[in-house]
Ligand binder design. Structure first.
Ligand code: LLP
Length: 394
């Protein structure tokens, strides 16, 4: 379990509440540093690519870059974002099952990162548009990992990667196409908290080794849940890489930023239907994880209130699924009091969206002395910025 926010950070949050509109995301930079050090020391000698889908703010990327992290991306947008944060193409890996000709042409112009091919079709297209590119081939390990079904990308029935039986032929095909086939990529899924899943992958890789002797790179992806100790997983991952005579790469996202971040919202009504609700100014559009994955995020009241009671916390959308937490015990609040959803630093702001014309929240990071702006609150006029206000035709 991740630890609760530091008291100093909670105090700073109360100060921030006076200065910026809710809802907002806030991050404790000390926690980012702690997690970065934890992964750096557990995986010393490996290359660590931060999966920026977890939280793509430029200020965060820059911080991790100067600490020696590369960037793991899944779209042209993310690649260009990582370049905007100062990364060089050789410090970036591009994953994702679909790489369109337009996307590859953009990379041809802007600089091509290491590409992870997800299918034979992907290899053909990469060879055509980026001849001679450096490529890893993704393996589907066909493992039923212990996580939410949406996050179990390494299951045999998922759309990702090439199955073990076909992998050596497809890899050879890449060579024949003139690509620099650098190695193997195998990501199990996300939010994994059971070390047995990592052990099962090592067995799959052992079996594959009967057919694949040597690799330049073994990229074991991300997925590290907050309940896992990286130092206990690393030795087996390193020895697997050594068996392939490969360099070990990993791609943690959540683990580096989740517990540094909170989502802060204010309470604007207390009421009863058949259940007892607090109505907040943040809901599914600001924070999708509870609705999409049934995720439970602990709630910290930023007020001291009256008698404790059990509430459901609902957002402002006109959908009954817009509930961020149920059965939360809290002190009775006053209207306008605020609370924080914990461990929201990863896949929180990154997955916020504009349904119902809700602007995306501002984001701020506490450096121990001051609040650094990571993203300004989205302006209302930005919501219709790309829409013609006069008829426009093609
Ligand atoms: N590498 C690859 C190829 C991935 O697909 C992912 C995550 C990662 C690395 C980073 O995984 P992490 O270390 O963060 O678990 N929106 C979901 C998480 C989706 C993760 C997708 N891929 C959530 O809110 O839990």
């Amino acid at each position: 379990m991740p630890s609760p926010p530091r008291p100093q950070f909670v105090e700073a949050l109360k100060d921030l509440l006076e200065r910026v509109p809710t809802p907002f995301y806030a991050y404790d930079l000390e926690r980012v540093g702690t997690q970065a050090r934890l992964y750096r020391s557990a995986f010393r000698g490996a290359r660590i690519f931060y999966a920026l889908k977890a939280n793509p703010r430029l200020r965060l990327l820059e911080r991790l870059r100067v600490r020696g992290f590369g960037a793991e991306t899944v779209s042209v947008g993310e690649v260009l974002r990582s370049y905007a944060a100062g990364y060089m193409p050789e410090e970036v890996v591009l994953n994702g099952p679909v790489k369109t000709p337009a996307a590859l042409a953009e990379l041809e112009r802007s600089g091509a990162p290491t590409l992870v091919a997800d299918s034979a079709a992907d290899l053909e297209r990469i060879a055509r548009i980026l001849p001679g590119a450096g490529v890893l081939l993704r393996l589907n390990p066909d493992l039923p990992v212990d996580t939410h079904p949406h996050l179990a990308t390494g299951r045999g029935d998922s759309q990702f990667g090439v199955v073990p039986g076909e992998w050596p032929e497809v890899f050879e095909r890449g060579r024949a196409l003139g690509l620099v086939m650098r190695g193997l990529h195998v990501h199990l899924g996300s939010n994994l908290n059971n070390p047995a899943d990592f052990a099962a992958r090592l067995e799959v890789l052992d079996r594959l080794r009967e057919r694949v002797e040597r690799l330049g790179v073994l990229n074991l992806g991300g997925g590290f849940g907050l309940g896992l100790d990286p130092a206990s997983l690393a030795p087996a991952m390193f020895s697997q890489a050594r068996a392939y005579r490969a360099e070990l790469w990993i791609e943690p996202g959540r683990a580096l930023i989740a517990d540094a971040g909170v989502l802060v919202a204010r309470i604007w009504a207390e009421k009863r239907t058949r259940r007892r609700y607090l109505l907040l100014d943040a809901g599914m559009t600001a924070f999708l994880r509870p609705l999409l994955y049934g995720a439970r995020h602990q709630v910290l009241p930023l007020y001291s209130g009256g008698r404790r009671a059990v509430f459901d916390l609902a957002g402002p959308a006109c959908e009954s699924g817009d509930v961020l937490a149920r059965d939360v015990e809290l002190p009775a609040p006053r209207i306008g009091d605020a609370l924080a959803f914990l461990w929201a630093g990863a896949y929180g702001s990154a997955m916020s969206f504009n349904y119902l014309d809700h602007p995306r929240p501002g984001e701020y990071a506490w450096n121990g002395e001051r609040w650094e702006v990571w993203r300004r609150p989205e302006s209302l006029s930005a919501l219709w910025r790309d829409e013609p206000d006069q008829p426009e035709y093609l």
